[in-house]
Design a protein around this ligand. Structure first.
Ligand code: ADP
Length: 323
C-alpha cells in the first residue's frame, strides 16, 4: 500500500477531526501518501479528492465537526455509483481507504470492499455508541458531556411542583446516551429502546419513580420509534395519567457539536494510528475498536450486525440512585 484515502461519512461526531489528523500523520510517518476525500462517499463519486500533508491537519484536534465534511449519498448504494467511486480511487492511485462513520457508512464500506477486493479500515465515528466490538465510539463521550450540561441547566428551572420533564436525547436505536446521560446528570430515569419490549417503562416510572418527596422529575428518553420519543410519552401521560404537569425538551443537534473531550481526542488519536498499523499489517475489512483499553480489530460483519448490549448493571444503578 502506497496511498491511503480518508473520508468521513454519515452523521458527524465530535472527534472526527482528531481521527483525520491521526490517520494522516500516522500514514505520513509510515511513509504513505494521504488523500482527503470530501463529503464522504459522494466526494468519491464526484471526485472531490485532495492530497493531504501534515499541515492540512494542523490545529484541528480541538474542533468539532469534520474538516472533510460529511454527506449521505444515495448513489453509493447502487453498483453503478460504486463503480464510479472505484474508478476515481484508481485514477488517484489510492490503494486503501480509512472510513470514519457510523453503522451505515461501515455497511457501505463492507459492500464496496467485497465488491472490488479493496482494503478498507473503518473507524467508529458516531455519538450513538451503537457499534459492536468497541467500548466506546468517537464522539460518544463528548455528546454525553453535552447532555449532562444541558440536563443540569434544565434541572435548575424544573422547580415547580410535580413537574415531569421528558428530555429527548439522540442514539438512534440505542439507549447508551439516555442511560449514561441519566446517571451522569442524576436524572430519575431513562427510557430506552433496549428494554421497551420487556417492561412498560412509563408505567413503572409513574408507579415508582415519580415520588411525592421530589418537586420535579427528569427523565431521559432515547429517540426511537420503540420508546415513542419524548413527545409520544408526553402524549401518553396526558391520556393515561391526567393530572401530571409534563414538559418536553428535545436536545437535538446540539448533541453533535462542540469541541471533543479529552477522552474522545485520545480515543480518536489511538484509533487513527491503529488504522494505519492495521493496513500495514495487511488487515482489511475491519473496524478498529478499543476494548478494555486494548486495540482490537472487529470484522465489519460483526461491528454492524450485532446489537450492542446495554449493561444491565447501569440500569440497576440508576434505579437505586433515584430513590
Ligand atoms: P451513519 O454512517 O452515520 O450510520 P448513514 O446510515 O446515513 O450514516 O450512512 C452513510 C452513508 O453510507 C449513506 O449515505 C450511503 O452512502 C452509505 N451506505 C449506507 N448503507 C449502505 C448500503 N447498504 N450500501 C451502500 N452504501 C451504504
Amino acid at each position: 500500500i502506497k496511498c491511503v484515502g480518508i473520508l468521513t461519512s454519515g452523521g458527524d461526531a465530535p472527534g472526527m477531526n482528531a481521527a483525520i489528523r491521526a490517520v494522516t500523520r500516522s500514514a505520513i510517518y509510515g511513509g504513505l501518501k494521504v488523500k482527503g476525500i470530501y463529503r464522504g462517499y459522494r466526494g468519491l463519486i464526484t471526485d472531490e479528492i485532495q492530497e493531504f500533508h501534515t499541515q492540512n491537519v494542523s490545529n484541528i484536534i480541538q474542533a468539532g465537526g469534520t474538516i472533510l465534511k460529511t454527506a449521505r449519498c444515495k448513489e453509493f448504494t447502487t453498483p453503478e455509483g460504486r463503480q464510479l467511486a472505484y474508478d476515481n480511487l484508481k485514477r488517484h492511485e489510492i490503494d486503501a481507504l480509512v472510513v470514519i462513520g457510523g453503522d451505515g457508512s461501515l455497511t457501505g464500506a463492507r459492500i464496496f470492499a467485497n465488491e472490488f477486493n479493496f482494503p478498507i479500515i473503518g473507524l467508529p465515528g458516531t455519538i450513538d455508541n451503537d457499534l459492536y466490538g468497541t467500548d466506546s465510539t468517537i464522539g460518544y463521550d463528548t455528546a454525553l458531556n453535552t447532555i449532562m450540561e444541558c440536563v443540569d441547566k434544565i434541572r435548575d428551572t424544573a422547580t415547580s411542583h410535580e413537574r415531569l420533564f421528558f428530555i429527548e436525547v439522540m442514539g438512534r436505536d440505542a439507549g447508551f446516551l439516555a442511560l449514561n446521560g441519566a446517571i451522569a446528570s442524576g436524572a430519575e430515569a431513562a427510557i430506552i429502546p433496549e428494554i421497551s419490549t420487556e417492561v412498560d417503562q412509563l408505567a413503572e416510572l409513574i408507579q415508582n419513580g415519580f415520588r411525592k418527596s421530589k418537586n420535579s422529575s427528569i427523565v431521559l428518553v432515547a429517540e426511537s420509534p420503540v420508546t415513542g420519543g419524548a413527545m409520544g410519552l408526553a402524549e401518553r401521560v396526558k391520556n393515561e395519567y391526567p393530572g401530571y404537569d409534563v414538559r418536553v425538551s428535545i436536545l437535538g443537534h446540539l448533541q453533535r457539536g462542540g469541541s471533543p473531550t479529552a477522552c474522545d481526542r485520545i480515543l480518536a488519536s489511538r484509533m487513527g494510528a491503529a488504522a494505519i498499523d492495521a493496513l500495514l499489517e495487511e488487515q482489511r475489512n475491519v473496524m478498529i475498536g478499543i476494548r478494555n483499553d486494548e486495540i482490537v480489530y472487529v470484522p465489519f460483519s460483526k461491528a454492524i450486525k450485532n446489537d450492542k448490549p446495554i449493561n444491565r448493571e447501569l440500569l440497576d444503578t440508576l434505579r437505586r440512585l433515584s430513590i
